[in-house]
Design a protein around this ligand. Sequence first.
Ligand SMILES: O=P(O)(O)OP(=O)(O)OP(=O)(O)OC[C@H]1O[C@@H](n2cnc3c(O)ncnc32)[C@H](O)[C@@H]1O
Ligand SMILES: [Mg+2]
Length: 203
Amino acid sequence: MNAVVLATRNKGKIREFSEMLQNFQLNVLGLDDFPEIGEIEETGVTFEANARIKASEVAKATGLVAIADDSGLEVDALDGAPGVFSARFSAPNPTDEKNNALLLEKLQGVPYEKRTARFRCVMLAYAPDGQELCADGSWEGHIAEQPEGDNGFGYDPLFVDSISGKHSACLSRDEKNARSHRGKALRKLLEDWPFFWGRVKHS
Ligand SMILES: O=P(O)(O)OP(=O)(O)OP(=O)(O)OC[C@H]1O[C@@H](n2cnc3c(O)ncnc32)[C@H](O)[C@@H]1O
Ligand SMILES: [Mg+2]
């Protein structure tokens, strides 16, 4: 079977990837299978650059095709922040809870119609021979004034889906995967997957 490794340590992403890849003939490994790979520094200034850094480092270290996702939340009232810094928004010791609290603090007094935002995801597959495949996805919504829901991860309790009006953390797994930035990017990536896989030199 085709083996690929997911270049992420985010448990929420791993769960979503695994659900969406269930019906594909892929043996999906994770970084837990390669404990020798340390922290990967995300020094890029775009989602694409960071996805390439993560996927290429893991592909080179494992000799396998690696898939990375770099994603984040862009809030219009904050000029696109936190963007590529979404995971590190409340640095030096960021957690999802602190990131959400900081976001609410920065948006204090901003009315609902000006709280527009989107999740973005760039997903990139990188082969040890240097070939790559890249796809992106975005998901439009608003930032709520109060968190709601227990599903998902990251900013899901505060992100309100523009179509259903529901907080992302209140959506079922299937509902989120159907409309999310990650779901869209992965479905695009998989459309071109057979062509990419056929071109890659497999050792
Ligand atoms: O780099 P890896 O190991 O993949 O894990 P990470 O959590 O650091 O991932 P990113 O660098 O791509 O940062 C993405 C952050 O954006 C937020 N985010 C991305 N997708 C999200 C989603 O579907 N729901 C909620 N928050 C999301 C969340 O805070 C993530 O930690
Ligand atoms: Mg990261």
